[in-house]
Design a protein around this ligand. Structure first.
Ligand code: NAP
Length: 280
């Protein structure tokens, strides 16, 4: 099995690490952007060779796209235009609807499997790649019925090697759930960090007083803007809806504090405590 990974950053590099240590992949080809990060991916042993995208598409059995979502459609169309019948391509992007809609009428559509491994960290680039990032996490495969059965089986086998549980979903349903669960958490973390940086000018106080609470809530604000800005853009429709609810709830919370409505404030928080039933 020859693999090609387009975009050897946190996700691509972590996939490479785990698939290299299993017997799934004989050779891993990397397609990158900056020379610096291509060199780093080689040095770290994430890939065997850096190749051009033409070479990758000519030689790989399975092509994995782990570039930021704003490059996915262009790269996927190039690959589908050049792919042979025995080859399979999957992407691991955080948004699915735009990509699936863009290639829906492509003659080689069935060789593409749309997927999203729900795992990550706030770090990026090849040096952020870690082993076992995906173990025991969930991977969503979207619109499975629009891909060849063999292509889906191969991609499922790969995620099995990464230790992931697979769930199936419609692409637009995926984007809605992703907005509500993953994307809004990143937005609230970016906004919290910006708020604290604006109000609290004393860096030492931030450092000294940043106990568990602040540090864990603000962790996602360290994430890469280059990766997240296009995700927010592509998932705008669902995100605006969830942001409106979030802002409304924030105002309500503010009012309860302002009007000294202590009992109501406690009730609000008790309702929020219900999250414990889902996340232990
Ligand atoms: P990352 O660490 O920034 O890695 C992306 C890599 O893609 C970078 O190394 C970049 O190279 C390279 N790249 C950019 N454009 C390229 C192109 N046209 N051709 C080849 N390489 C290109 O980002 P990531 O966190 O791994 O995310 C990658 C994908 O996984 C995104 O689609 C994201 O939505 C998805 N995802 C992310 C997470 C997460 O939590 N981070 C979780 C699940 C899925 P340079 O560094 O040289 O610019």
């Amino acid at each position: 099995m020859k693999l090609a990974i387009f975009g050897i950053g946190l996700i691509g590099g972590s996939v490479a690490k785990d698939l290299r240590s299993s017997d799934f992949a004989g050779e891993i080809l990397g397609v990158g952007r900056s020379q610096k990060n291509c060199d780093l991916a080689l040095q770290l042993g994430l890939v065997d060779k850096i190749v051009s995208k033409e070479e990758a598409v000519k030689n790989a059995d399975l092509i994995i796209l782990t570039v930021p979502v704003n490059y996915l459609v262009e790269e996927l169309i190039y690959i589908l235009d050049h792919i042979q019948l025995h080859q399979v391509v999957t992407d691991m992007g955080s948004t699915k609807g735009i990509i699936i809609d863009a290639i829906k009428d492509h003659p080689n559509r069935k060789q593409y499997v749309s997927s999203h491994p729900m795992a990550g960290t706030e770090n990026s680039g090849p040096s952020a790649a870690i082993s076992n990032l995906f173990r025991d996490k969930v991977c969503i495969i979207c619109d499975k019925e629009k891909s060849n059965e063999d292509a889906v089986s191969l991609v499922e086998k790969m995620y099995g090697m990464l230790g992931m549980r697979i769930k199936y979903m419609d692409a637009h349903q995926h984007d809605m759930h992703a907005a509500y669960i993953s994307h809004i958490s990143h937005i609230s973390s970016f906004v919290l960090a910006a708020t604290v940086l604006e109000k609290e000018k004393d860096e030492e106080a931030i450092l000294e007083m940043a106990g568990g609470g602040f540090e864990s809530t603000v962790r996602l604000a360290k994430s890469s803007p280059e990766m997240w800005a296009p995700i927010f853009q592509q998932n705008k429709n669902y995100l605006l809806e969830v942001m409106d609810t979030y802002i409304e709830k924030m105002y309500h919370f503010r009012n309860l504090i302002n009007k000294n409505k202590n009992e109501e404030l406690k009730n609000f928080m008790m309702e929020a405590n219900e999250i414990r039933k889902i996340l232990k």
